[in-house]
Design a protein around this ligand. Structure first.
Ligand code: SAJ
Length: 423
């Protein structure tokens, strides 16, 4: 029934999705405006990192089910998976979605299905996509069916989650929803829930906003615990033993291109109402400055002679190579504003993407007055404090992710501080 698919946007979501359908014997044509990425894929090289993607992509190309280019082609189904970032004033930038939709219009034919996978503010399908699609001269809802089926996968486990997660499908009418469900049933093992497009848009944004608000709550608790002589991590662990409680964890801020972005869509939509959401965004965005002020306090407490800080962790979360919207860069800025001398290190980021970054762990630690952990990479948890203590000028460590074994570090002679547990 579905033979040809055209996927517009070959990033973290579009490429794995295109490959997944191609691995299920659909003829997929992937489109991206980034010529370099297209060339790389044509040469079976990846421009993004994702477990299992390389082998699956090679198989798809070798078997003749995946082609890529910079222009769309005719197909039965069009999937749009392009970025939907925010502008510098925190308003939604829907130009990629609008342009991607416009780019498929000349190729649309009666009977086609168009699906938006990008995360977007509620009403985007109605207000941004449909006005473009109508230019095809085809009747929306009968000649062409349209739905929103937001991606909900976590980087690092994309293929596993593409298959096993439940999926939300919101059509502009029932026929659109049913046809979209039929398509995803090709590989989705989770349940597929049907609704309308605007509800689906809100559901996706709500999921990430829930996480942001919950993390802001945890960050607020961490700041309180810092003055209470309580270990907030332990307190959260105990609270979460309650069957109806699920408090998230504090940290130096919220990064990535989703959780720190999507709540702004709701704030923009109804600023007078979305007050808790707005406050949570500001709370999380305020964490880098808070963490930097704690560093200054710790240095004073330790009577530190110098201000050389070794920052470990530039990625926005543990065990990924992605620095987008990483709070680490903000923490570094705040430390520098306080006159500190920063050297950063991240074993997952192999090119120097930050001006303070070095590739050697020892180089970063040499003569440092304080080591701060900003990302919970496995490499940091596994570090042997005895092996590094002689490198530093002062044996002081500040863990903002609760990923170090404190006893081990204290036994090695370190003054050990933890976000959410230091007076
Ligand atoms: N973080 C905390 N405390 C926590 C959990 C996370 O500070 O308790 C921080 C992380 O360190 C990181 C940021 O939040 O800086 C975001 O990380 P994440 O792992 O929560 O989420 P993402 O951005 O990698 O992926 C999210 C996922 N959404 C949800 O779990 C509701 C994913 O399923 C979505 O598909 C993805 O956003 C997306 O593309 O929207």
């Amino acid at each position: 029934m579905f033979k040809n698919l055209c996927v517009v946007g070959l990033g973290y979501i579009g490429l794995p999705t295109a490959v997944m359908f191609a691995n299920h014997q659909l003829h997929v044509h992937g489109v991206d405006i980034n010529e370099k990425a297209v060339k790389m894929i044509q040469n079976k090289q990846l421009h993004i990192e994702e477990n299992g993607l390389q082998e699956r992509m090679e198989k798809a190309i070798d078997e003749g089910f995946l082609t890529v280019g910079t222009q769309p082609e005719k197909a039965d189904v069009f999937i749009v998976a392009v970025p939907s970032p925010i502008n510098s004033d925190n308003t939604a930038n829907l130009e990629y979605v609008r342009k991607a939709t416009a780019s498929i219009v000349p190729f649309l034919e009666k009977g086609n299905l168009v699906i938006l996978e990008s995360t977007v503010p509620p009403k985007t399908v109605e207000d941004v996509m449909l006005p473009e699609l109508i230019k095809s001269g085809l009747e929306i809802g009968t000649d062409i069916l349209v739905s929103h089926s937001p991606e909900r996968v976590i980087p690092g486990k994309i293929f596993e989650e593409l298959i096993n997660n439940d999926r939300i499908v919101g059509g502009i009418n029932e026929e659109s929803s049913l046809k979209t469900k039929e398509l995803y049933e090709i590989f989705v093992k989770g349940q597929i829930h049907l609704t309308d497009a605007t509800t689906a848009e809100l559901v996706k944004v709500m999921e990430n906003t829930y996480r942001d608000v919950n993390i802001a709550f945890a960050n607020e608790l961490a700041k309180m615990a810092d003055r209470l002589d309580v270990n907030v991590w332990e307190a959260i662990k105990f609270a979460n033993y309650h069957p109806r409680v699920n408090v998230h964890f504090p940290g130096p801020g919220v990064g990535g291109h989703c959780i720190a972005v999507d709540p702004w869509f709701l704030v923009e939509l109804q600023p007078e109402t979305a007050k808790l959401i707005h406050l949570s965004r500001n709370t999380n965005d305020g964490m880098p400055a808070y963490v930097a002020s704690q560093v200054q306090r710790i240095l004073t407490e330790q009577n530190s002679a110098g201000k050389k800080i070794a920052v470990f962790g530039l990625a926005f979360k543990g065990n990924v190579d992605d620095m987008r919207e990483s709070p680490s860069t903000d923490v570094i800025d705040e430390l520098q504003k306080l006159g500190m001398d920063v050297i950063s290190y991240d074993p997952h980021i192999k090119e120097n993407l930050h001006h303070t970054q070095v590739q050697g762990m020892e180089e970063a630690l040499r003569d440092a007055d304080l080591l701060i952990i900003l990302t919970n990479h496995d490499e940091f948890t596994a570090m042997d404090p005895k092996g590094i203590s002689d490198l530093m000028r002062s044996k002081t460590v500040y863990d903002t992710k609760n990923c170090l074994d404190r006893t081990k570090w204290m036994d090695a002679g370190f003054a050990s501080y933890l976000l959410g547990n230091s007076k």
